[in-house]
Design a binder for this molecule. Structure first.
Ligand SMILES: O=P(O)(O)OC[C@@H](O)[C@@H](O)c1c[nH]c2ccccc12
Length: 261
């Protein structure tokens, strides 16, 4: 079994348990359900830095990225650094994140927040809304086209935007449906953990013109942004390079300053 399959298996156990403890109608009582979303796709369109900075304590490929930085500090740091938005890992088991991290980031900032999660059930979309997300990630590699349609519709009805993650041409072809605002090309192969920015450049021309292109993972040099912009990307998702620093917010600020306007 590869890592993605393991994660999905663990996820479906968690969801079954949570559903029995907290029925979906309780989630709808969250005051954040009434909150109007803050659009990430619009923030990326208005040019700006294009940076989506991620809060990530660890990952299956890196067991210790950052164990010390409090989420409220990092969130405030990313926002004042000029990031367009923030991605918050909410997976507990493999990434050491939580929905509480998302809630705390929401209470600290106003900029768009992405719930970074392995979404396989509508329940998780309600959770995302209830904890202050503006965007959800849908990973093509773990979803059927039918599910992507249903999830996109539900998200839309809640005012949540979609970032659809693909790794290759076949996934893009099968998974892209109208109504999706952003497509993210993951430069990291989630099966082998290998990273190559060439993946983004190869897939960019196949993404429909009207859709915002995001390049995800393995970005650590401001010059890489220049290249990716030329290839048509407007969003750049960066995790480890910021989080591995003592103060991720300051690292992000230095990075954004070093980027060409
Ligand atoms: O830390 P990096 O290499 O800058 O990557 C960030 C982000 O792209 C990565 O964490 C990610 C991309 N897609 C995912 C799906 C699930 C978990 C994590 C991810």
């Amino acid at each position: 079994m590869d890592i993605l399959q393991k994660i999905v298996q663990q996820k479906s156990r968690e969801i079954a348990l949570k559903k029995s403890l907290v029925p979906p109608r309780y989630l709808e009582h969250s005051p954040l359900f009434e909150r109007q979303g803050n659009s990430l796709s619009q923030a990326l369109q208005k040019s700006g830095s294009g940076i989506i900075a991620e809060f990530k304590r660890r990952s299956p490929s890196r067991p210790k990225i950052n164990q010390h930085s409090p989420v409220q500090e990092v969130a405030a740091g990313y926002e004042s650094a000029g990031a367009c938005g923030m991605s918050v890992l909410t997976d507990v088991h493999f990434f050491g994140g939580s929905l509480e991290d998302l809630l705390i980031a929401r209470s600290t900032t106003r900029f768009p927040l992405l719930r970074k999660e392995f979404i396989i059930d509508e329940y998780q979309i309600l959770e995302a809304k209830a904890h202050g997300a503006d965007v959800i990630l849908l990973i093509a590699a773990i979803l059927e086209t039918r599910q992507i349609k249903d999830f996109t519709e539900l998200a839309g009805s809640l005012g949540l935007e979609i970032l659809l993650e693909v790794h290759d041409e076949a996934e893009l072809k099968r998974a892209f449906i109208p109504g999706i605002q952003m497509v993210g090309v993951n430069n990291r192969n989630l099966k082998t953990f290998e990273v190559s920015l060439e993946t983004s450049k190869r897939i960019a021309p196949l993404i429909p013109e009207a859709v915002i292109k995001v390049s995800e993972s393995g970005i650590s040099r401001p010059e890489a942004i220049k290249d990716l912009r030329k290839a048509g990307f407007r969003g750049f998702l960066i995790g480890e390079h910021f989080m591995a620093a003592d103060e991720p917010g300051i690292k992000a600020m230095e990075f954004i300053k070093a980027m060409e306007p």
